[in-house]
Design a protein around this ligand. Structure first.
Ligand code: NAG
Ligand code: NAG
Ligand code: ZN
Length: 410
């Protein structure tokens, strides 16, 4: 036995520390880009979106997973803020509420310019890195937010949407959600309907990333096959390690590999361990597994902070990312692999999506068939079934115009 056996525990402790130090050194110039954070939803539910309420101050906000000091401690350099509106807004005020949550993200950037830089491109993310700010981007969580309208899809793009999750936990008229795979919802589109295919093509044309978190396996496969650019899972883990239908099965991970796509691992305990308790090490198992099956280029982080009720021990809030990175280094991930999971893989996918976009190509115009729309709140202007299509609005305008002109001359 070696004479210096008594040194071993010390060596172990120093090694542990050095992994954490190495993680921090790497994260100085490659901070985390996280795929999914629900802070905007917290702003709505806690403060009805009144960001200047003292209690909403993001420097001192205490009861959330996310605040400004925690983001700094966690080396977060990029965040796709989730613009989430629940499924019960579908066919009601989904679009209005989506616009309001996008406005919240813009106001966060305005109110805390030292911390957040709202950007809409991979170049913008790199700029924020240089300025040591949190590149802030918008991911819209749920296809119901576009209310089956390509015009709304394009308008949201113009307002900064850079990914759209094709469904939340409900079907849209054009794509099926994961509850179908659990038998709790009926399959309606068998993946993507014809209109759903138009949505995916239009997202490709615009340069909006296709997010397959929350969708059914058939929808995952249909989108992976159809998309001209790589796709993301903004907050999903590995099905083989925890058999929850929100996670990504192996045959889909193979398609992720073949298409250069990305799985950003979710930290929610129910998706990590299929129970209310989980550990940091189990999250690292998911990262290891996806790396093994789909390659190191397919791994990312999408913590789902402020969108979930239970998180693993050791990953309680956004300040903890360096501990997870230290664990990957302990597991012999190379520096390049770690940088990939932190930011480089997302940047690669985002750049490929930008390169595949083509704003000189004609926009998709064909509307969804009227009979595929539900809900009594909707008018049907433009569809041939619509009553008095050509006359009424024109007549109203003819009536109003002299009135408006006379008001203008006042
Ligand atoms: C938040 O609180 C900090 C520290 O108390 C203060 O400096 C800052 O002005 C506040 N910001 C906003 C937007 O209220
Ligand atoms: C990491 O690599 C070292 C040195 O090659 C080896 O001894 C160790 O078992 C590896 N650890 C893991 C978790 O693979
Ligand atoms: Zn979600």
């Amino acid at each position: 036995m070696s004479a210096s056996w008594w040194l071993w525990p010390l060596v172990a402790i120093c090694a542990a520390d050095s992994f954490r130090e190495q993680a921090e050194r790497i994260m100085q110039d490659t901070p985390v880009i996280d795929g999914h954070n629900d802070l905007p939803w917290q702003m709505l539910s806690l403060f009805n979106n009144q960001l200047r309420d003292e209690r909403a101050n993001l420097t001192t906000l205490a009861d959330t997973h996310t605040n400004i000091p925690k983001l700094e401690a966690g080396f977060v350099g990029g965040q796709f803020w989730s613009v989430y509106v629940p499924c019960d807004t579908q066919n009601k005020d989904a679009v209005k509420r989506t616009l309001e949550q996008m406005d919240v993200v813009h106001r966060m950037c305005q109110l805390y310019p030292e911390t957040f830089l709202c950007v809409t491109s991979s170049a913008g993310i790199r700029q924020a890195f240089r300025e040591r700010k949190v590149a802030s981007l918008i991911g819209v969580e749920g296809g119901h937010s576009i209310d089956s309208s390509l015009g709304v899809l394009r308008a949201l793009y113009h307002l900064g949407m850079r990914y759209l999750t094709l469904t939340h936990s409900c079907n849209t008229p054009w794509a099926d959600n994961w509850l179908v795979d659990r038998g709790d919802d009926q399959a309606e589109s068998q993946g993507l309907s014809l209109f759903g295919q138009h949505v995916v093509k239009e997202m490709n044309r615009l340069g909006v990333m296709i997010d397959l978190a929350h969708v059914s396996v058939a929808t995952m496969k249909a989108a992976l096959q159809l998309s001209k650019a790589p796709v993301i899972f903004s907050h999903s883990s590995a099905y083989s390690l925890c058999r929850h239908r929100r996670n990504v099965p192996d045959d889909v991970l193979q398609m992720v590999k073949d298409t250069g796509s990305l799985v950003m691992v979710n930290f929610y305990t129910e998706y990590v361990s299929c129970s209310a308790r989980a550990s940091l090490s189990q999250v690292a198992d998911h990262l290891d597994y996806i790396k093994k099956v789909a390659g190191p280029g397919a791994v990312g982080l999408g913590g789902d902070y402020d969108g979930v009720s239970s998180l693993p021990v050791g990953l309680e809030d956004v300040s903890k990312y360096p501990d997870l990175i230290a664990e990957l280094l302990r597991r012999n991930w190379t520096e390049a692999e770690v940088r990939g999971a932190l930011a480089d893989n997302l940047l690669r996918v985002f750049e490929a999506v930008e390169q595949a976009s083509d704003h000189s190509k004609s926009p998709e115009e064909e509307p969804i068939p009227l009979d595929q729309l539900d809900g009594s709140c909707r008018t049907s202007y433009g569809y041939s079934e619509a009553p008095s299509l050509h006359r009424k609005p024109g007549a109203l305008l003819a009536f109003l115009t002299p009135l408006l002109l006379s008001l203008c001359s006042l």
